[in-house]
Design a protein around this ligand. Sequence first.
Ligand code: S3P
Length: 170
Amino acid sequence: MNLKKNLVFLGMMGSGKSSIGYLVSKKLNIKFVDIDDLIEIEAGMTISKIFEEIGETHFRNLEEKITLRALKNTGNTVSLGGGGFINEKIRKEILINHFSFWLDWDDAILLKRIKGSKKRPLAFKSTDHEIKNLIKKRSKIYSKAQFKINCNKLSKTEIVKKIIKIYELN
Ligand code: S3P
């Protein structure tokens, strides 16, 4: 695909950014880029280890650097980490130069998926109340995305179809 933009997927932990990003890339026959994977490769350790051993600030710096660099290559699907779009520099770059899709779900569904997840240090150490507050706070920012996909009643296949339709119309 000769496209000067990326299709960027954003939303909370557990919203399916990676699986949907991957499926959309297969359908469009383009490359799939997962920012969390890139961070783990570059740091040489898992995200949980980065949080544990070097701290969240270091993780956020890495996330900014690696995301902005990845976005320079275009014509790909890119799945952000849940905090990626909260970063102002990353958000601006995406809103100016790329397509952005917010995968939106009800709190209860997200909570069930991420609660106690050892792979997700932020969710692991938080109470239900704290996670709900984080969803509320972040949703205000996620809502700036170009397209909001209300995923609650849709299957994965339907979500992918919807995204491809939007992409083809734009
Ligand atoms: C984070 C989400 C995670 C990962 C890190 C921080 C967040 O990615 O980047 O644990 O701040 O929401 P996923 O959304 O892919 O789980």
